[in-house]
Design a protein around this ligand. Structure first.
Ligand code: NDP
Ligand code: MG
Length: 376
């Protein structure tokens, strides 16, 4: 059976991936986390990978001591995460932020398939990652529920007949609020997502709709679409995970209960469909499905990401870098919710537009955006 490396194994997607792997008996080649070594030690003892990587150096040294009674190798630092990425047949990229970029590229170079959760990688560097994957002949299987839905709808279809993608969004906890009303909201307000339990950063991105903007970019790169082919529709209940409209007017949608184990499992077992314990959709209990349009004035982050998708070059990496710092500051209660788009807008203004040709171009844009936001 094929093995997997689970990067970011201590997070929301990482722990659910290990649940799926344990149930299906998928062997774990490597695990990685940043600093949550209590949980990482527990996972290492349960799943017996050959290698565990910890990106935080001090935490890594502690884990190495703690696992010294086992034959599990412990690697320390960002390079160790890259090594972990290359050890399984498939790398599940469930770490958060641009920290996912280099390990993903390393896994692609080593010819490993990617089960991609870390959307920031495609947001910042889709124009490098997708060609690298094509060249190396590796598959990038989407874990993000919307992209998994699109992937399923495209199964067996002629790509030339795709007219557009309908990317659904729950709208998040602040749906319907004006920008003024949501401006002073806090971390506690933003972490109350109506439908999904996820890591803190993506939950904030869902509240600001930056997450949907990132998913717009992710869909563009994964499915080679133009920005005009992607329409964002609010679907409040998160039951329709996304849809594809074809040239004859047919719309195919994928539906299911909001449970990430389903898309994670599909990415790991594709093309096979195996039983999954995710709750079944009960149409008799669904009284209605609610739709709407996103409001770009109330949620400027969405517009910044879409504008970046249209502009190309380093714009999306600038949006991402600025957003990572802004969200980290918001999560430390240093700034109110409404300050996040202001910081992103500032970075877009001060970091000059330039093309992305190499990894260094991406990292330079990311660094410049972070500096702009720290100083502002
Ligand atoms: P979490 O915050 O729950 O977990 C993040 C994981 O990444 C943890 O294992 C963390 O380790 C690790 N990590 C953090 N910083 C670094 C770093 N600098 N280097 C290496 N590893 C690091 O995030 P989620 O699981 O919610 O999200 C992970 C990714 O999946 C994100 O890109 C997100 O957008 C995407 N995604 C998530 C969904 C969800 O339902 N949660 C849905 C769709 C996509 P530690 O615990 O030690 O900090
Ligand atoms: Mg999603």
């Amino acid at each position: 059976m094929k093995t997997i490396s689970v990067l970011g194994s201590t997070g929301s997607i990482g722990t659910q991936t290990l649940d799926v792997a344990a149930r299906l008996g998928i062997p774990i080649a490597a695990l990685s986390a940043h600093s949550s070594i209590e949980l990482l030690e527990e996972q290492a003892r349960q799943f017996h990978p050959g290698f565990v990587a910890v990106s935080d150096c001090e935490a890594g040294r502690t884990l190495r001591l703690r696992l010294s009674d086992t034959d599990i190798r412990v690697g320390i630092g960002a390079e160790a995460v890259e090594e972990a990425a290359c050890l399984g047949d498939t790398a599940v990229t469930a770490m958060v932020g641009i920290a996912g970029l280099k390990p993903t590229l390393a896994a692609i170079s080593a010819g490993r398939d990617i089960a991609l959760a870390n959307k920031e990688t495609l947001v910042c560097a889709g124009e490098l990652v997708m060609p690298a994957a094509r060249e190396r002949g590796v598959s990038i299987l989407p874990v993000d529920s919307e992209h998994c839905a699109i992937f399923q709808c495209l199964n067996g279809e002629d790509r030339k007949t795709v007219e557009k993608i309908i990317l659904t969004a729950s709208g998040g906890p602040f749906y319907g609020m004006s920008r003024e009303k949501s401006y002073s909201l806090t971390r506690a307000d933003a972490l109350r997502h109506p439908n999904w339990a996820m890591g803190a950063k993506i939950t904030v991105d869902s509240a600001s709709l930056m997450n949907k903007g990132f998913e717009f970019l992710e869909a563009m790169h994964l499915y080679d679409l133009s920005p005009d082919q992607i329409e964002i529709v609010i679907q409040r209940e998160s039951v329709i995970h996304s849809a594809v409209e074809f040239s004859d007017g047919s719309v195919m949608a994928q539906m299911g209960s909001p449970d990430m184990r389903l898309p994670i499992q599909y990415a790991l077992t594709y093309p096979a469909r195996l039983p999954c314990p995710a709750p079944r959709l009960d149409f008799r209990a669904l009284t209605a499905l609610h739709f709407g349009r996103p409001d770009p004035v109330a949620f400027p982050c969405l517009q910044y990401a879409i504008d970046a998708a249209r502009a190309g070059g380093n714009r999306a990496a600038v949006v991402n870098g600025a957003n990572e710092v802004a969200v980290a500051r918001f999560l430390r209660d240093e700034i109110p919710f409404g300050r996040i788009p202001e910081l992103v807008a500032h970075a877009l203004e001060v970091v000059p537009a330039s093309p992305i040709c190499t990894l260094s171009d991406v990292l330079a844009a990311d660094r410049a955006a972070r500096e702009a936001v720290w100083q502002f």
